[in-house]
Design a protein. Structure first.
Length: 411
C-alpha cells in the first residue's frame, strides 16, 4: 500500500482545498502523473503520484480542506484494478458508515441522516435540510452530488418551523421571498483576496493622490520604434515597460515608497522587484518582475508577457508571486478612467494606470489641442510616506513618461 500525501507547499501555506480529482478509484496511474488539483490561497497546485499503481481509495472529497502531510489517497501496487481493490471498498464504506453512525448516536434533536462530510458542508452552504434530500444509495447514505442536484421545495410546502428559522432583522435579510437567487461559494483564492484587501485598508493609513499624463510622446515613440523593436527582440513594445521604467526611476529618488514597515522599523529595499497585477478567471494575482531595474525594455516586456500567460493558465509558482517591493495595476485595459488602487501589503505604494482618453488640453492661454491623456493614481501608506513625497513621486513619473527618450537613454 502506498500513501499519497499533500506535499510541502510553501513556508506560509499549511493547507488547501481539493479542487478536483483527476483520477478515480480503480484508475491506474504512472509515476509523475497528476492525480488531483489542490487550490491554495495563492496558486493551484497539481499533486502527482510518486509511484505507479492503481488508486484503491480516495480519502477526501472535492471541496474538502486538507493539510500539508495529510494522506488523501491510497495506491495499490500493480498494473490494473483487482478484486482486492473492489473488496477493499466494502470495509471502507462499512467503516465510514459505522463512524458516521457513532456520531449520530450523540444526543441530538431527532435522527440525522447518514451523509458524507462534503455533503453536510454543501447542505449548510445552500441552506438545505438533509432529511429532505433523496438518494439512490441502498443504505440511504447521502453524497455531495445528491445535495448538489437537489432542488428545494417551495417555502409553502416546508415544515411549520421554517418561518422561525428565517426570522432575522430586516437589514440582514438581503433575499426577497419568491425571487430567484443563487448561492456561489467563494473560492479559497477569492476569500484570500477579500481578506488581504480588508486587512490592507484596516492596517495602513492609506491615501491616494492623482495626476494626469500626456501620452503623446510615448505613443509617437512606440509608433516609430515598434516594428524595429519587434524584429530585434521578438516581443511587442507595450506601455507597461515605459511605466515600469518610470516607476523605478521615481523609486530611486523617493526610496520610502520602496520600503515596508516591520514593527517599529522601516525596511528600505535597495532592489526593485515590481509586481504587475494580472486579472484571471480566478481573481487578481500579482506576479513579480525580479530585478526590473537591471532589465531593458525588451526584458521587461518579455517577462510581463511570460508571467501574464502563466497567470491566465493558472501555472504560476508561489515564488513568482512573493516578495514584490512595489506594484503597478492597469485598470485602463478594462476601460477604467479613474480609480483608487488598494495597497498590496506589506508594500507601501501602488501605481494605478487608466484608460488613455483623447481630451482637449490647453497649450497656452489661447490654444487648445486634442491630446491622448491618462489619469494616474498613487495609493500610499501615510505612516511612512508624507504627502509631499507621494505627490513628488507621481509628478516625477509623469515627467519621465512625457519625456520617454530619457527612459531609453537611461536603460
Amino acid at each position: 500500500m502506498i500513501e499519497i500525501k499533500v506535499p510541502e507547499l510553501a513556508e506560509s501555506i499549511t493547507e488547501g482545498t481539493i479542487a478536483q480529482w483527476l483520477k478515480k478509484v480503480g484508475d491506474h496511474v504512472s509515476q509523475g502523473e497528476y492525480i488531483a488539483e489542490l487550490e491554495t490561497d495563492k496558486v493551484n497546485v497539481e499533486i502527482t503520484a510518486e509511484h505507479s499503481g492503481v488508486i484503491q481509495e480516495l480519502k477526501r472529497e472535492e471541496g474538502d480542506t486538507v493539510e500539508v502531510g495529510e494522506v488523501i489517497a491510497v495506491l495499490a501496487e500493480g498494473d490494473s484494478p483487482t478484486a482486492s481493490t473492489e473488496q477493499a471498498e466494502a470495509p471502507k464504506e462499512e467503516k465510514k458508515v459505522s463512524r458516521v453512525a457513532s456520531e449520530e448516536a450523540a444526543p441530538a434533536p431527532g435522527n440525522r441522516p447518514v451523509a458524507s462530510p462534503a455533503a453536510r458542508k454543501l447542505a449548510r452552504e445552500k441552506g438545505i435540510d438533509l432529511e429532505a434530500v433523496p438518494t439512490a444509495d441502498p443504505l440511504g447514505r447521502l453524497r455531495k452530488q445528491d445535495v448538489a442536484s437537489y432542488e428545494e421545495k417551495p417555502a409553502a410546502s416546508a415544515p411549520a418551523k421554517a418561518p422561525e428559522k428565517k426570522a432575522a432583522p430586516a437589514a440582514a435579510n438581503v433575499e426577497s421571498p419568491g425571487k430567484p437567487v443563487e448561492r456561489i461559494k467563494m473560492s479559497r483564492r477569492r476569500q484570500t483576496i477579500a481578506k488581504r484587501l480588508v486587512e490592507a485598508q484596516q492596517t495602513a493609513a492609506m491615501l491616494t493622490t492623482f495626476n494626469e499624463v500626456d501620452m503623446s510622446a510615448v505613443m509617437e515613440l512606440r509608433k516609430r520604434r515598434k516594428d524595429q523593436f519587434f524584429e530585434k527582440h521578438d516581443v511587442k513594445l507595450g506601455f507597461m515597460s515605459f511605466f515600469t521604467k518610470a516607476v523605478i526611476g521615481a523609486l530611486k529618488e523617493f526610496p520610502l515608497l520602496n520600503a515596508e514597515i516591520q514593527g517599529d522599523e522601516i525596511l528600505l529595499k535597495k532592489y526593485y522587484d515590481i509586481g504587475i497585477a494580472v486579472s484571471t478567471d480566478e481573481g487578481l494575482v500579482v506576479p513579480v518582475v525580479r530585478d526590473a531595474d537591471r532589465l531593458g525594455f525588451a526584458g521587461i516586456e518579455r517577462e510581463i508577457m511570460h508571467l501574464g500567460k502563466k497567470a491566465r493558465e493558472n501555472k504560476l509558482s508561489l515564488s513568482e508571486l512573493q516578495g514584490g517591493t512595489f506594484t503597478i495595476t492597469n485598470g485602463g485595459v478594462f476601460g477604467s478612467l479613474w480609480s483608487t488602487p488598494i495597497l498590496n501589503a506589506p508594500q507601501v505604494g501602488i501605481l494605478g494606470m487608466h484608460k488613455i482618453q483623447w481630451r482637449p488640453v490647453a497649450i497656452d492661454e489661447e490654444n487648445f489641442e486634442n491630446r491622448p491623456m491618462m489619469y494616474i493614481a498613487l495609493s500610499y501608506d501615510h505612516r511612512i510616506v508624507d504627502g509631499k513625497e507621494a505627490v513628488s513621486f507621481l509628478v516625477r513619473v509623469k515627467e519621465m513618461l512625457e519625456d520617454p527618450e530619457s527612459l531609453l537613454l537611461d536603460s
